[in-house]
Design a protein. Structure first.
Ligand code: DX5
Ligand code: ZN
Length: 218
């Protein structure tokens, strides 16, 4: 099995020392930098906005994986692309015109991702699975870092992997929420390609070692 793509979530970083945190990620084995955007409407929390993403992008040497937890994401997709996003994921629950949203993201030259809440059925993805680059499977309810991993995620990921294979699609499966050294191997075994980790990385005394440890699982 291939090594996972590792995407530390900057939400758990020290915002008063963002440049230092981004430099640490540049020097680490991290592949992408996961950026959580929350609007206080789609989710109960507000995280960061465009100026912070621009600031991260000024120092980041790795692709920004932007996770939009916002209503009407089509209003902001272009601004996030300009701020430096390489991947943009929108929530299926926030997008009545999801196919159009995906086309918009791709037309800007970004990789298109779709994020899916823990309770949402995979059938929502059936008709667009061939059009997307990434499925962000929420393994916690979106809105906060450092929550407990939802065990049903394993079942969901293996069903999603089967759906992707059956459709001959290329979408990567990303797991977002509560990922740690204990559940990472089992997630890769059922088909995960990308692991997001916030609290587990940034609360460690040596985040770089934790990142290397997660990268070494396969
Ligand atoms: C949750 C966010 C996650 C979060 C993950 O709404 O989408 O990306 O930052 O953080 P941990 O790994 O701490 O659960
Ligand atoms: Zn996220």
């Amino acid at each position: 099995m291939a090594q996972p793509i590792l995407a530390p979530s900057i939400l758990a970083a020290d915002f008063a020392n963002l440049q230092r945190e981004v430099t640490m990620l540049n020097e680490s084995e991290a592949d992408w930098i996961h950026v959580d955007i929350m609007d206080g409407l789609f989710v109960p929390n507000i995280s960061m906005g465009l100026p912070v993403v621009e600031a991260v992008n000024r120092y980041a040497k790795k692709p920004l994986d932007v996770h939009l937890m916002i209503v009407q994401p089509e209003r902001y997709v272009e601004a996030f692309q300009r701020a430096g996003a390489a991947n943009i994921s929108v929530h299926v629950e926030a997008c009545p015109h999801l196919h159009r949203n995906i086309q918009q993201i791709k037309s800007l030259g970004c990789k298109a991702g779709v994020a899916i809440n823990p309770h949402t059925s995979l059938s929502e993805l059936e008709n667009i699975i061939g059009d997307i680059d990434l499925v962000c499977v929420m393994s916690v309810n979106p809105g906060f870092g450092a929550q407990k991993f939802i065990e049903n995620t394993y079942r969901k990921v293996s069903a999603l992997k089967a759906m992707i294979r059956a459709a001959n699609a290329h979408a990567l499966i990303e797991i977002d929420g509560g990922v740690n050294q204990q559940n990472a191997k089992a997630l890769l075994d059922v088909g995960a390609d990308v692991l997001v980790a916030g609290n587990f990385v940034f609360s460690a005394s040596s985040p770089k070692d934790v990142i290397a440890g997660l990268k070494a699982i396969h």
